[in-house]
Ligand binder design. Sequence first.
Ligand SMILES: Cc1ncc(COP(=O)(O)O)c(C=O)c1O
Length: 415
Amino acid sequence: MLARSRPGSPEHPPAPAVPAATAAPHEQPRCAEWLRPRTRSLLRQMVDRVSQPGILSLAGGLPAPELFPAREYGAALAQVLAGDPRALQYGAPFAPLKGHVVGLLAERGIACAPDDVVLTSGAQQALSVAAGLLLEPGSTLALERLVYTGVQEAVARFQPRVLALDSDLETGLDVDELERLLERGERPAFVYVIPEGHNPLGVSLDERKRRRLAELACRHGVPLVEDDPYGMLVYEGAAAPTLKSMAPDWVLYVSTFSKVIAPALRLGYMAVPASLRQAAVLVKEAGDLESSALTQRAVAAYLEAGHLPSHLERLRSTYRTRRDAMLEAIAAHFPAGTRWTRPRAGMFVWVELPGDVDTVALLDTALRDEKLAFVPGRAFSVGGQGARASLRLSFANQPPEVIRDGVRRLARLIG
Ligand SMILES: Cc1ncc(COP(=O)(O)O)c(C=O)c1O
């Protein structure tokens, strides 16, 4: 038997390192094929740029930080840490929180059992779970041409074929177009819908459109993913009924505590049809095992203490005032021919400028000359083109006087 000598011993000097020049580039780790053409979304890159101090930002979908219920949530957290040793342990989804979620869903007209609820790490993870549940590589899915970028990211790994639907600035998603596609035989793996306070368009679907969508889903056997982070932030009248309440077996309902308590909780939830329950849990657990046991318990304690209704009232009244300030300022200062949405819910106003303005270039000027930020419409465009002269403004994160000042300065740049 050959005696083994240690590498680097006198008989066996260490093998010379492979010279760098002979190492072929593909011998370095490479990311998976679907990732190679992708870059971080324009929106995410922008959020980094505009989060610098001194920038007046009407860009991000950030809730108002001064309204975070830090004191009440802090008390709930302290209570949980002091009294529940399982708060820092691995554990099953926290049943009392599921119970509260069932109650919140009931307020949105959704009747479901705790087993239909999957707790997630934000709505973003819920979208990722929905994608994992419903998509095969190369599946078809339907979503709006202008849509929340996070859903585009959640489905990207499946490299889906996208049926891009138009949206109307007053009434939202073009249901006629969807109906024509379905009648022509298209069978998307799902249709993604933001019925209330659309991000980025700021429109809400009226009840008639919702009924038609629910009816189409049932008739053609096509699931809807209903993304509803703004369903509790409605500023005029009552919220319209959810799609889930109209077609419980065909809708995967998604919502979150991000916009109504705080995004840093990273806690959301979905209500799935019974046929998808088990698989949904598998996909969620494959992602991160479980959402933070501590946060689940603290949020349950916060809800148990009854803080949410008055907190929501405060959010609605503050955001309503900010929305009105923004709409008035746009009407007063933006050039003739500008079109914009009048959101009854959510955080965003969508603006289409007249003429040949490129809002990506306008953002550079706004940042440089005015230290002012918004999101160019192109950031939301499926395929990254289109919406050249459009922009999204958020009214949630700044007080009315700052919103007025920001809109006035932006209008001056547009000329
Ligand atoms: C339409 C929509 N869906 C999902 C999300 C993600 O929410 P979360 O912070 O709960 O992951 C957002 C956040 O802005 C959103 O606007």
